[in-house]
Write a protein of this length. Structure first.
Length: 136
């Protein structure tokens, strides 16, 4: 039985830079080595010499020797491991959290009075790292 990577995973892999694909490959290898057995039954069995990769299911830029090795490694994982790889790839392809650029925040510099800052500093020094065992 031939298996292939899902189109969503193929798309995500195709957007990764080569060094990120290498990280995914190392993670997949680690998963494969760290766990024996399969929870996918016959779906996880690949005939000797059969990569299990169907034509048209290769990621674009991930193709080539490294891309095929990544696909073969992922396809040899059990269902749970493949889900973990997909979650890892999602994390690598997710947009970084957006914040406020520092130059925008500069306008707030100096707006807190020095006396308030000294008071805050004193409260932190007095109250932080102190455990009140009766509080809980």
């Amino acid at each position: 039985m031939r298996r292939h990577l899902g189109p969503e995973l193929v798309e995500m892999l195709s957007t990764l830079a080569p060094e990120r694909r290498e990280q995914v490959l190392e993670y997949a290898r680690w998963l494969r080595q760290s766990s024996a057995g399969s929870s996918c039954g016959s779906m996880d069995r690949t005939a000797p010499g059969d990569s299990g990769i169907e034509e048209g299911c290769r990621p674009g830029p991930a193709s080539g020797a490294g891309g095929r090795e990544l696909e073969r490694t992922i396809l040899r994982l059990n269902c749970e491991q493949r889900e973990r790889v997909e979650k890892y790839v999602r994390a690598l392809t997710a947009d970084p959290p957006r914040g406020i650029p520092g130059h925008v925040l500069l306008r707030f510099g100096g707006t807190i009075p020095e006396s308030t800052l000294l008071q805050m500093e004193q409260v932190i020094a007095d109250e932080c790292e102190r455990i009140d065992y009766d509080q809980w």
